[in-house]
Write a protein that binds this ligand. Sequence first.
Ligand code: PTJ
Length: 258
Amino acid sequence: EVEIPEDHPRYQSLLTRHRIEEGVEKGITSKQGLIAEGRGEAFDYLLGEETTPSADEAERVAAAHLLLADHPVLSVNGNVAALVPGELVELAEVVDADLEVNLFNRTEERLQKIAEHLREHGAEDVKGLKADARIPGLSHERAKVDADGIYDADVVLVPLEDGDRAEALAEMGKTEIVIDLNPLSRSPQTAAVPIIDNIIRAIPNITEHARDLQDEPRAELERIVAEFDAEETLEAAERQIREGVAEREREQERKRES
Ligand code: PTJ
């Protein structure tokens, strides 16, 4: 156990990295998950390592979708399980969603370990182990889902998802909520609700919004969903990155001049 002092300027980022390392050691996270983590960190740095107002809005819209859904499912991969297991279980409880392990690099061993890890964090029923249905249009291994899980879902939350699968799920007519720090990546581009934020901040914030919205009438939730503009959210994130970089360049310029 590495102790990271909470006042360290990059506390959250170091904690995230440490959880991914532990995930790999436990056999939950894939080695490719380490690369995905590095990519995510770079974008998080550019976004200022905080939830932007537009990401917060997307998280509220995601909460409204999950509350309105007949059968919401939260998809879990090796990175997600390492980073936010307890937080996901809590969100699933608040919006009454299923949890389904769904892996890009699918191995039986990692499936079992992730399901067990989620149970240790309070999950009762974990789907994804039956794999008795297929997402049309994907190669065999990557298409495997549960018939009474993702296959049957009307709303799916797919964090850190590969672009092909995000597209195939959207083509099945599912409302897709994607969490991904890279606004240029294909999965948020195909999502009904792209959330450009670190999953570590996004999941607890969706849960908070869901608690806040759970007693609202359906008409109000439907209004929140209808007013959302996915394109604008992606543009806001790109702007944030560009302006953040420009701002830092100006700062360095000022330092050099003084
Ligand atoms: O456990 P498996 O086998 O299902 O594999 C999972 C990974 C994530 C390894 C697999 O899906 C993969 O290779 O994904 P990619 O193509 O690397 O895409 C991951 C995306 O997630 C990238 O766009 C990253 O920027 C983003 N990302 C990484 N960490 C975070 C993140 N987004 C939000 N929060 C993070 N903490």
